[in-house]
Design a protein around this ligand. Structure first.
Ligand code: OGA
Ligand code: NI
Length: 314
């Protein structure tokens, strides 16, 4: 359990303008990749701006998330996750910091491109007779996926690999889109029960959009916790644990959490976990290993890695 203490500083995470990287000009791309590489080494957390996702699409998706969570509890529970499916997860179900009480959040998850019978397959549970919700969330996922792919390609360049080196490893089916609500702080919560307990993400990268309420916090390499303030027009990008395996821990996956919500209103966030396919073989890249170094991690598949981390979060 990581005991909460309130940070007194705001993060100085860089805001990286990825707009120039969409040009065919290799120098522009290389410059953005260099900035991303630096942020990956220093904290593994950064903002991206000029990411190409339309602000109206983001706003409409928040509106649909709000509408979903505003429905009665009994209705939402009809769409609850079951037997390894996607779907609704009620308040105080998940525990992202192992030994802490359960998180004060509710969420809804889905994936795209699901092919029954393939490894890592999960079915979706969509609410019935709830028009626009599904179409809006799917449109959001498709649009943010493009931004995620661009960041992934820049990360690839920053690691000395080709722009599209990792493209064939990514899988929509293994990349959940999750909408979250953090209600105003309830009475009678337990000791160290947070919005979302301190954790690292598990996969490749995460792209997060948060409303203006704030509450996300990240641990810097120094061990100091800082607030990740909402910055309009940006996504927060952070690296997951798999990145440590590829880079021999040269790139960072930082602990982060969501503080208790004393704002008096609901806080919402939308998170895309951008991941490898289940069977992707993951091992240290030659470019991340000097002659004197040994790999810290044993090779594994992305599916083995995430199954282990999921088990630990129950
Ligand atoms: C997560 C996460 C933060 C947030 O879902 O992994 O870190 O602000 N969420 O919702
Ligand atoms: Ni997270």
């Amino acid at each position: 359990m990581i005991i909460y203490s309130e940070p007194n500083t705001v993060s100085d995470l860089p805001i990286i303008d990825i707009g120039p990287s969409f040009s065919k000009n290799k120098t522009d791309r290389a410059e953005v990749a260099k900035n991303i590489g630096r942020a990956c080494k220093e904290t593994g957390f950064f903002y991206i701006s000029n990411h190409g996702v339309d602000q109206n699409l983001i706003d409409e998706t928040f509106a649909q998330a709000n509408r979903f969570f505003d429905q009665p509890k009994g209705w939402k529970e009809k769409w609850k996750k079951k037997g390894g499916s996607n779907g609704y997860e009620p308040l105080e179900t998940q525990r992202l910091d192992n030994e802490s009480p359960r998180d004060i959040k509710e969420s809804f998850n889905f994936t795209l491109g699901n092919i029954p019978g393939t490894s890592g397959y999960k079915s979706n549970i969509w609410p019935k007779n709830f028009p626009e919700f599904r179409g809006q969330l799917e449109a959001y996922k498709i649009a943010v996926w493009k931004a995620g792919l661009q960041v992934s390609r820049l990360i690839s360049l920053s690691l000395g690999m080709s722009f599209k080196h990792f493209d064939s490893t990514f899988s929509q089916q293994k990349s959940p889109l999750r909408i979250l609500r953090y209600p105003p702080q309830p009475k009678n919560t337990q000791y160290n029960q947070l919005g979302c307990g301190a954790h690292t993400d598990w996969g490749w990268i995460t792209l997060l959009s948060q409303d203006m309420t704030g509450g996300l916090e990240v641990e810097k390499a120094s061990g100091e916790w800082v607030r990740v303030e909402p910055v309009p027009g940006t996504f927060v990008v952070n690296l997951g644990d798999i990145m440590l395996r590829w880079t021999n821990a040269k790139y960072h996956s930082s602990l982060h959490r969501v503080m208790n919500n004393y704002s008096g209103i609901n806080r919402h966030s939308i998170v895309l976990f951008f991941n490898h396919s289940h069977d992707t073989h993951v091992e240290c890249l030659p470019s991340c290993l000097s002659a004197e170094e040994k790999p810290i991690f044993l090779p594994c598949t992305a599916g083995e890695h995430s199954a282990q981390r999921y088990k630990e979060s129950r």
